[in-house]
Design a protein around this ligand. Structure first.
Ligand SMILES: O=P(O)(O)O[C@H]1O[C@H](CO)[C@@H](O)[C@H]1O
Ligand SMILES: O=c1cc[nH]c(=O)[nH]1
Length: 235
């Protein structure tokens, strides 16, 4: 067991999908993975391992926000030898070119988090980016499956509810597609410990139009993103 994950060594696959929502992890495991078994219930942050097309894959809930996701990414890589981490999350659309339920792959992640400022003494604005090989594979998988996937930069925000919507507009002017809350930390930790990471998201709500999906839909219906992530993880 690590501090926050209740798995024995060898119970977690080298390839892990990471939804923020632990119940989305359960849904993914039960819907897609053959022979899925739960390896951790610590703090209710469920983790499962099973097989996708014969290859072992795990799904680990990571919680909301960068402090939580960082704990899981750190322990998965450093205590369980995980090499590939693909976040499968929900996001708010900043770009008017995106619609509800569109799929987005994050090439890079701007952030208002202080975590990387602390890493670099406030002297460098580190640019967290996706693993190029994983991103390229995910684009090929999406094309093969006939799914339109938007590829571009996103924002990883500390706060879900912002007092500065004007900053979201400014970011949209610079091509930032969407906002979520974990990708910058995931990309940074993967880079630091020589693992590969990618973030694939589904638009769960639209910051401009106010449209939104329900929490049940966020938990159980974002299948296109999950299928792209699973095929990418085992490629
Ligand atoms: O749907 P998940 O993966 O949790 O991701 C998004 O949803 C949560 C906020 O509702 C944050 O964790 C955000 O990043
Ligand atoms: O972090 C998130 C996730 C979904 N929608 C948002 O507006 N923010």
């Amino acid at each position: 067991m690590s501090t926050h994950i209740g798995a024995e060594p060898g119970e977690i696959a080298e390839r892990v999908l990471m939804p923020g929502d632990p119940l989305r992890a359960k849904w993914i495991a039960e819907t897609y993975l053959e022979g899925a078994r739960c390896y951790s219930t610590v703090r209710g942050m469920l983790g499962f391992t099973g097989r996708w097309n014969g290859v072992e894959v795990s799904v680990q809930g990571s919680g909301m926000g960068m402090p939580s996701a960082s704990i899981y990414a750190h322990e998965l890589i450093n205590e369980y030898g995980v090499k590939t981490l693909i976040r499968v999350g929900s996001c708010g659309a900043l770009s008017e070119d995106l619609a509800l339920r569109d799929v987005v792959a994050a090439i890079g992640s701007s952030t208002d988090s202080n975590m990387n400022r602390m890493r670099f003494d406030g002297l460098i604005d580190y640019a967290p980016v996706a693993d190029f090989g994983l991103l390229r594979t995910s684009v090929e998988v999406a094309e093969r499956r006939g799914i339109t996937m938007h590829v571009g930069p996103i924002l990883a925000a500390d706060a879900f509810y912002t007092d500065r919507p004007d900053l979201y507009d400014a970011l949209a002017d610079y091509g930032v597609l969407a906002v979520e809350m974990e990708s910058a930390a995931l990309y940074t930790i993967a880079a630091r410990f020589k693992a590969r990471a990618l973030t694939i998201l589904t638009v769960s709500d639209h910051i401009k139009t106010g449209e939104k999906t329900t929490s049940a839909e966020r938990e159980q219906t974002f299948s296109q993103m999950v299928e792209i992530a699973l095929d990418t993880a085992i490629a």
